[in-house]
Design a protein around this ligand. Structure first.
Ligand SMILES: Cc1cc2nc3c(=O)[nH]c(=O)nc-3n(C[C@H](O)[C@H](O)[C@H](O)COP(=O)(O)OP(=O)(O)OC[C@H]3O[C@@H](n4cnc5c(N)ncnc54)[C@H](O)[C@@H]3O)c2cc1C
Ligand code: FES
Ligand code: FES
Length: 909
């Protein structure tokens, strides 16, 4: 359910749209369903941006509006978040509320671990997670007092000695707020009884026909198998987390979709002699809960694969994705860096398949993961369930993943490793090592493992194993995804860690070793402290932190806010979803949506723009280009590209239509003919001599800047030491949670226009729009109620977006809304650009102190700012300077900071 469905059909604007691909949690809603077999209501959080609307038949959807509102009743979750200062721009806040709401509907008194894990999938770019976690700590079953005194007494307890700050003033924590009303579960909405009845009676196949797609939800396995035989190419959509991503990135579309969520066999959970059998439609959160329940009940030696899986299930994505994504979908979609597959494979899991032709079993091995035809499932087959076997006494299984953050980040490299020893010995009987994130599929070090069978588990074996693995799992320097050296290092780092983990495990057992042809009993020595340190897990517990509020002077005027912890004025509105951002403004009469056509060339002449096909798309009203700009077409940058494009992602023209979908469809049909010009790809030639070099071609954004102080020649001549060097600062993307958005409404009188825009620089918007339309500035009313995050990224770019929309509104005479999707925002806005500078500094020591810098001459600093940004993976290169935070200020600030740090480091200061 995309935002515009909730918004246009139900006028619900609380659910936010941050990324559109399940990554930020701003769109979290709660989905409640009734299981007629277990007679249970299930509540789960979900990323609405990935939820197909047809999947919601029979489900109750709770959005933030259903939790509480200023007009009716504010829910304690909303109140506490606002009062504990858990929101700043507030764009992430409804998502945070929904994640915790879904948790509390399932667990009235959750543990802190559950609270943290419920928020795994929610990003906040402004507030910092401490106050957010603090506000929800108050729902935890563990004591919630701030523990500020360390005496177990609450900071608010006046009879105890009062906490004091270094200045002697009284302090208290924001956490121990006596005003919080208790949570009363009886006040929550009940699951609609009609949906309960529907679930019990629902024995019919559901079919939804759309313009392009038919959605079929069968009720029995036989029916599913018949459908799969009839439509072998039709995907089985369960969580839709993988299918939707492919749709977004590769524009894949499916005429038939099968939705197998009403088939009981696909939810089976049973324990057999060989292991646990889990239904393929069970979601990953269910799998986690099943394993968590099973592990303590089983002998430890049987649970090694389950423990390895649990390790990943605690960090994989966020709780929303874990609650949507299914085990079967995870296995079949086989993303190279999906975490569970390498572990399931080394643990020798078995897929129970079914088709019209009957049942069969397939091993989830490396060949299956590589997609080898003979080992794969057939198009007519479905996975009904997965057997995850028990491990054995002489088994060791480990799971590894390295990601940019511990949770909610795809792994850069992951791995599953298993060694089986001959009974009672340290001789390798079987070894499997699989890596994800290296190639396009999960890769196996099969040959290396075969060579190591029969070897003892010792240092020599490890050296050999590292050599073999690096030879077998080859990563060319041009491998997609970059970071080649890092990923190669991870291959052996994981192996080394596995080696130590196994050694540590062997220490706990008595082994038989063969020495000079004799068997002898042997107990492995415990690892040295240094080696043990490699086994320490990253702390994943509850973050600790407390904010202290200092009481203000009793004489301070009640009107004076200084020093008082005052709740954000919009805090409650953020938490109830009633704070209105640009995309939440209700559609105005005659409003059009706008989509842009951007350059796919780095540097090229625009030979022609053919909009004829776009104009034939139903709903498309017009196509707007630079020729339609009556006045100035931008200031530092052109709003619409004129004769040539100077980067990938530069806006060339805009399509305005009655709906977003029609505008996007029209934009896809615009044909542009380019004549390529040579692009400049690097600041200076380093590795690839084929690239043009900005320095050589004097391609600077601004004039060359030099800072010179003192008599340079003399200074260098008399210097005791000269430090000289170069400094590179890489480019960065801005990530405000609310994408760039603008709504332009032409007024009836005097060509005036209202511009509602998410910007940090309203004056610039006003000036640029006025000059683009050849109007006086006072004719342009720029409205900025709030901004959903900006961080400098909304200083200059929104003005250009406003010009784009205003020119379209001027041409059509109708209001125009232009809200960028995340991928377009990332593509079009350039972020903070890379910097390159050269410096030369001389030092003269004082006579008094040999190492004291009595004078630091910065004689010559050359700062060059360049127009370079390489779009990794796409093969295209932007050669344009993109104005980022504080125009060039942000980058310059970073540059100077880095320079000072470099010099300090060099001098050991
Ligand atoms: C934001 C985000 C973050 C993520 N982070 C991680 C992460 O950190 N680690 C990780 O490992 N993964 C991660 N993933 C990937 C996620 O694990 C997979 O997308 C998910 O497991 C796929 O399951 P699904 O039910 O959504 O599959 P769907 O998208 O519904 O289906 C995927 C494919 O599986 C097929 N299929 C589904 N069920 C069956 C069946 N029973 N029989 C035959 N074919 C079937 C479908 O035909 C389809 O081709 C992430 C995904 C997203 C969107
Ligand atoms: S997770 Fe849905 S918008 Fe980001
Ligand atoms: S307050 Fe969380 S993103 Fe701004």
């Amino acid at each position: 359910i995309k935002k515009h469905i909730l918004f246009l059909n139900f006028r619900l604007s609380g659910t936010k749209y941050g990324c559109g691909i399940g990554g930020c949690g701003a769109c979290t809603v709660m989905i409640s369903t009734y299981d007629p077999v277990a007679k249970q209501i299930q509540h789960r959080p979900a990323n609405s941006c990935l939820l197909p609307i047809c999947s919601l038949h029979g489900a109750a959807v709770t959005t933030v509006e259903g939790v509480g509102s200023i007009k009716t009743r504010i829910h304690p979750i909303q109140e506490r978040l606002a009062k504990c200062h858990g929101s700043q721009c507030g764009f992430c806040t409804p998502g945070m509320v929904m994640s915790i709401y879904a948790l509390l509907r399932n667990h009235a008194e959750p543990s802190m671990e559950q609270i943290i894990s419920a928020l795994d999938g929610n990003l906040c770019r402004c507030t910092g997670y401490r106050p957010i976690i603090d506000s929800y700590r108050s729902f935890a079953r563990e004591p919630t007092c701030c523990q500020l005194r360390g005496t177990g007494q609450c900071c608010l307890d006046q009879e105890e000695c009062v906490c004091s700050s270094s200045t002697g003033d009284q302090t208290h924590s924001g956490l121990c707020n006596p005003e919080f009303p208790p949570m009363d579960p009886t006040q929550e909405f009940i699951f609609p009884p009609e949906l309960m009845r529907m679930a019990q009676e629902q024995l019919r196949t559901l079919i939804f026909h759309g313009k392009r797609t038919t959605w079929i939800s069968p009720t029995s396995l036989n029916e599913l198998l018949e459908l799969k035989a009839k439509y072998p190419k039709a995907p089985l959509v369960v969580g839709n987390t993988s299918v939707e991503l492919k749709k977004t990135h590769h524009d894949a579309y499916h005429p038939i979709i099968l939705h197998p969520v009403r088939i009981p066999e696909m939810y089976v959970v049973s324990s057999t002699d060989d292991g646990l059998v889990i239904g393929a439609a069970c979601c990953l959160a269910q799998l986690r809960d099943i394993l968590m329940e099973a592990v303590p009940k089983l002998p430890e030696e049987k649970t090694k694969i389950y423990q390895a899986l649990l390790q990943h299930l605690r960090t994989l994505a966020g709780e929303q994705i874990r609650s949507m994504a299914s085990l079967g979908g995870h296995i079949v979609s086989r993303g190279s860096n999906w975490d569970l597959n390498p572990v399931l494979s080394v643990g020798k899991s078995v897929l129970n398949l079914a088709s019209e032709d009957g049942k069969r079993q397939v091993l989830l091995n490396d060949q299956f993961l590589a997609g080898c035809e003979h080992a794969d499932i057939k198009p007519k087959e479905v996975i009904v369930s997965v057997l995850i076997p028990y491990s054995m006494k002489d088994d060791f299984i480990s799971a590894f993943r390295q990601a940019e953050s511990q949770k909610n980040a795809l792994s850069i490299v992951n791995s599953g490793m298993r060694v089986l020893f001959s009974p009672g010995t340290d001789i390798i009987a079987d070894l499997s090592i699989l890596y994800g994130g290296i190639g396009s599929t999960t890769l196996s070090a099969r040959k290396s493992c075969e060579k190591l069978i029969g070897r003892q588990w010792n240092d020599q074996m490890l050296s050999e194993a590292c050599k073999l693995v690096l030879e077998e799992i080859f990563l060319p320097s041009s491998a997609p995804g970059g970071r080649v050296e890092y990923r190669r290092t991870l291959l052996v780092s994981f192996l080394f860690r596995f080696y130590l983990e196994v050694l540590h495990g062997l220490h706990q057992m008595v082994r038989t070793v063969y020495v000079l042809g004799f068997n002898s009993k042997y107990v492995y020595a415990e690892l040295s402290q240094e080696k043990m340190s490699a086994l320490v897990m990253l702390p994943s517990g509850v973050p600790q932190g407390v904010q202290i509020y200092q009481d203000v002077d009793s004489g301070q005027s009640p009107q004076d806010p200084v020093g008082r912890p005052i709740m954000h004025q919009s805090g409650i509105k953020h938490a109830t979803g009633e704070a209105v951002y640009i995309d939440d403004i209700r559609p105005v009469d005659g409003e059009l949506s706008l989509a842009v056509v951007t350059s796919i060339r780095a540097h090229a002449k625009i030979i022609s723009i053919d909009a004829s096909e776009a104009l034939r798309v139903p709903g498309v009203v017009d196509v707007v280009t630079a020729r339609d700009v009556p006045g100035e077409n931008g200031k530092d940058e052109q709003a619409y590209a004129e004769e040539k494009v100077i980067c990938v992602g530069q806006i060339i023209c805009a399509v305005v239509a009655e709906s977003v979908t029609q505008a996007k469809c029209g934009a896809e049909k615009v044909k542009i003919v380019y004549e390529d010009l040579e692009p400049i790809l690097t600041i200076e030639v380093t590795i690839c001599l084929l690239f043009l070099d900005a320095i050589k071609h004097k391609s600077y954004i601004t004039e060359e800047r030099k800072i010179e102080k003192g008599d340079i020649e003399k200074g260098f001549e008399s210097a005791d030491e000269i430090i000289e060097g170069e400094l590179h600062v890489g480019g960065q993307e801005h990530f405000y949670l609310e994408t760039n958005s603008v709504l332009v409404i032409p007024r009836v009188e005097d060509k005036e226009m209202d511009v509602y825009v998410s910007t940090q620089h309203a004056t610039d918007v006003q000036e640029l729009v006025a000059s683009a339309l050849n109007l006086q500035s006072n004719k342009i009313m720029c409205h900025v109620k709030r901004v959903g995050g900006a961080f400098g990224g909304k200083i200059t770019k929104p003005s250009l977006f406003a010009v784009i929309a205003a020119v379209a509104a001027n041409k059509t005479g109708r209001p125009v809304r232009f809200v960028l999707e995340r991928n377009m925002d990332m593509l079009i806005t350039g972020g903070r650009h890379p910097f390159f500078g050269k410096y030369k500094v001389s030092e003269r020591r004082s006579l008094a102190d040999d190492y004291f810098w009595d004078r630091l001459y910065i004689f010559f600093i050359l700062l060059k700012i360049f127009l370079t940004k390489i779009l990794l993976g796409s093969g295209y290169v932007k050669t344009k300077f993109r104005i980022g935070w504080g125009k060039k200020k942000g980058g310059r600030f970073h540059f100077w900071l880095n320079l000072v740090l470099t010099i300090r480091q060099g001098k050991g200061l």
